[in-house]
Design a binder for this molecule. Structure first.
Ligand code: COA
Length: 388
């Protein structure tokens, strides 16, 4: 048999842009209509009418829970919230200069190695592992922010829902319902977004028949980057660079923000919190998150932040017609709530664990090893010259 060679250039899809890698029944992103459905439900409707717990149940089970199912599910989540003392001691060995995403990634790995079902990847075991990891992550995030501030850890409270308890463990104070609601909305919007980079990472790891915690640990690594989840943190760095001046009016702040954006565009800078690989006419999640941010700006009385937000958005729209993505309103919302900037992406982790693990379980249910090809563009075949 002879092998034929072709001189035709192979078709390469850099960044896998436009490539449909598999089917999924978990969410549908429609960039034409700027819509996002979780298991068929518009995400805006879920954010308006559901708790994050109901949405987590929906992502994992395909249907919203009945009252009895929700009661059992929330009891299960609340019973798994405490910070594992071994995780705490491992986190304590990390410097307080370590990025909180490194702390999350380490904690996910430790929790995996310590899980009673570590090597069991049956659907039942994976569901248990997913709920356990989702329930445990807020304690890790809250503990890490507190230890960096030199504060004592706060025990979880079983009488609070996921969002209220997350805020409680972070700040040691019960938050007013508006703040809990805004946080709840953010967790729902961050929960799932089809084959984004971190979810695809989780599916790749799962496709090798590795375990669920390995998939999540790898996904956390992918989410850390500023082109992905790290953008919510980067948005705040932009606001800081422009300068947050609490005495300033909305208009004054907007004028300075517009000038900053003009300079950034002139220097061809990538501005974090803008643009999206899939949505080219605006991110479907932004209006809902922006409404939550507006409520927080009113609640905390910080119009200058709205000025910065509006100024950047308008100037980017005028210059390049690039729209904000979810990270743009989420960053300042978390800032107003009192989170340290490096804690923003770990909040995204706690939320996206639901989507990642739903995808890992879907991948496993109809698995095919994910292993693309590459087009070689290195030096031509050569040989080591014989020496005398
Ligand atoms: N700031 C400035 N210019 C941007 C931009 C941004 N945030 N996002 C895209 N662009 C420009 C690019 O410079 C490029 O311009 P060019 O054709 O003149 O070179 C064009 O828009 C296409 O951008 P590209 O990076 O190729 O699009 P993509 O689909 O590969 O990238 C992102 C999508 C998300 C990676 C990109 O928009 C980005 O880096 N955004 C900032 C990071 C961010 O907010 N990430 C969170 C995503 S939810």
């Amino acid at each position: 048999m002879t092998l034929t060679t072709t001189t035709e250039a192979p078709q390469v899809h850099r960044g896998l842009a436009g490539v449909i890698a598999d089917y999924t029944a978990i969410s549908k992103v429609n960039p034409e209509t700027n819509s996002l459905l979780y298991r068929g439900y518009p995400v805006q409707e879920l954010a308006a009418k559901c708790s994050f717990e109901e949405v987590a149940y929906l992502l994992w089970n395909g249907e919203l829970p009945t009252d009895a199912e929700l009661a059992e599910f929330t009891a299960r989540e609340r019973s798994a919230r405490a910070l594992d003392p071994v995780v705490k001691s491992v986190v304590d060995t990390l410097p307080t200069t370590a990025h909180p995403m490194d702390v999350c990634r380490t904690a996910a790995s430790v929790l995996g190695a310590r899980h009673e079902l570590a090597e069991d990847s049956t659907p039942e075991a994976n569901m248990k592992k997913a709920i356990d990891l989702w329930a445990a992550m807020p304690a890790v995030v809250a503990y890490d922010q507190r230890r960096r501030r030199g504060q004592e850890p706060i025990e979880p409270r079983e009488d609070l829902d996921y969002s209220a308890n997350f805020l409680w463990m972070t700040f040691g104070e019960e938050q007013v319902p508006e703040v809990v609601e805004a946080f709840n909305v953010s967790t729902i919007l961050y929960a799932e977004h089809s084959f984004n980079a971190s979810t695809f990472t989780a599916r790749v790891v799962t496709s090798t028949l590795s375990d669920l915690h390995s998939a999540v640990t790898a996904a956390i690594g992918a989410l850390k980057g500023p082109l992905h989840g790290g953008a919510n943190e980067a948005v705040m760095h932009t606001f800081d660079e422009i300068g947050i001046r609490s005495e300033e009016s909305l208009e004054e702040a907007a004028t300075r923000a517009r000038a900053w954006m003009k300079d950034a565009v002139d220097h061809k800078k990538k501005v974090m919190g803008f643009g999206h690989r899939v949505y080219k006419h605006g991110d479907s999640r932004v209006p809902t998150m922006k409404a939550a941010l507006d409520k927080m700006i009113a609640h905390y009385g910080r119009p200058e932040l709205l000025g910065l937000y509006n100024g950047l958005e308008q100037a980017m729209d005028e210059a390049k017609a690039i729209k904000p993505n979810l990270d743009y309103p989420a960053g300042p919302t978390y800032h107003l709530m009192g989170f340290d900037t490096p804690t923003f992406t770990p909040i995204f982790v706690a939320s996206r664990i639901t989507g990642w693990t739903a995808h890992a379980m879907e991948q496993l249910a109809a698995n095919s090893l994910i292993r693309p090809l590459s087009a070689y563009n290195g030096v031509e075949e050569r040989h080591i010259e014989a020496t005398q």
